[in-house]
Ligand binder design. Structure first.
Ligand code: GH3
Ligand code: MG
Ligand code: MG
Ligand code: MG
Length: 324
């Protein structure tokens, strides 16, 4: 009873910004193709006050991101899917990386469980699953993921003020230069290629003159969105100013960067832009110059100068094209 009062007290002072109060219920996703086993584990979790969904209830893995899951409970006892592969996939994917993975393993299968931990799983429970042990391990993981979430929110909040462009949500010039500096250093040490795409909207002044500055802003936002959805997670998409954009591509040689730039150019030119909140559609194109880090003495100024020269060539060759 005393314990229950203590936890009631804690719930009473709950405050999302506090580091010390973290024993809130977690959201768990239970993956076990033995449906009875999955339901049994979900029931244990629910009895512990958590929210639990089984793969069967969610109708597949695709619903997982919408569910906002903290912890994945992944059974290694199935032959219908490869739990180790799933583990690796989850940890490599940006959208799911932060989800903790709790493996359920046969005690005879310690070696595979160890591989799972190597691949990024956070903990292992051996069968038969004991309810108290399950809840204790979930509590540990939930504390960990809440803490990470809190740190990330703080980082994002800090970022918004200093390095995010307010109109488009892309990175601003300050962040762009900072990233270029860091990537250039790393490139010099490891000999890895870095490329940039510098893009400029074609005849943007006439968009403003014809449709007004607000319509121009709508276009800038949509260009930003298309740049973002057509570049990779590791690319850094920036709006250094005005109607100019830069995509920084780490680990990308020139040929690949040109192909990426071409894909982005097409994504802008291929379908019309909605302005006036959707009331009108106009065609927008952009021109781009691509350059790649060229040896250890190359500076940011050299790299951007070459991209700028290539962009100028794209403009004078008729616009809506990529040059390098
Ligand atoms: P070019 O094809 O040679 O690039 O022609 P352009 O008209 O795009 O080039 P120019 O540099 O002459 O015009 C850029 C225009 O972008 C001028 C400026 O008013 C507009 N602009 C810059 N920043 C913003 C912004 O934040 N919002 C809007 N709506 N317009 C902007
Ligand atoms: Mg310009
Ligand atoms: Mg211009
Ligand atoms: Mg322009």
């Amino acid at each position: 009873l005393r314990q229950r009062q203590a936890s009631g007290l804690r719930a009473g002072v709950d405050n999302s910004d506090s580091v010390s109060v973290q024993d809130k219920p977690a959201r768990l996703f239970v993956v076990d193709d033995n449906q009875r086993m999955a339901t049994r584990i979900a029931d244990m979790l629910k009895a512990g006050g958590h929210s639990a969904f089984t793969l069967h209830e969610a109708g597949g893995m695709t619903g997982l991101n919408e569910l906002g899951v903290d912890i994945l409970v992944l059974s290694m006892l199935s032959d219908r899917y490869d739990a180790l592969k799933l583990c690796a996939h989850f940890k490599m994917n940006e959208a799911t990386r932060a989800i903790s993975i709790l493996l359920i393993s046969d005690p005879e299968d310690r070696q595979r469980a160890g591989r799972g931990l190597d691949l990024g799983a956070s903990d292992v429970i051996f069968t038969p699953v004991d309810k108290q042990e399950l809840l204790a391990r979930v509590r540990t993981q939930a504390r960990r993921s809440r803490y990470i979430e809190m740190l990330r929110e703080r980082v994002d909040r800090g970022l918004e003020l200093s390095v995010i462009d307010q109109l488009t949500g892309l990175y601003n010039r300050r962040y762009m230069n900072n990233q270029l500096e860091q990537l250039l250093q790393r490139s010099k040490m490891g000999g890895r290629p870095v490329s940039v795409m510098m893009a400029d909207i074609d005849h943007f002044k006439s968009v403003n003159d014809t449709y007004g500055h607000d319509a121009g802003d709508e276009v800038l936002q949509e260009v930003a969105k298309r740049l973002k959805t057509n570049s990779r997670v590791m690319d850094v998409v920036c709006r250094p100013g005005g109607e100019e954009f830069m995509v920084i591509m780490p680990e990308t040689p020139g040929g690949l960067a040109c192909a990426a730039a071409e894909r982005i150019r097409l994504a802008v030119a291929a379908s019309p832009f909605k302005i006036y909140g959707g009331a009108k559609e106009i065609t927008i194109t952009l021109s781009a110059g691509v350059s790649t880090v060229n040896g250890p003495s190359d500076t940011i100024a050299d790299l951007t100068k070459r991209a700028d020269t290539a962009l100028y060539q794209a403009k004078s060759a008729g616009r809506n094209r990529v040059e390098s």
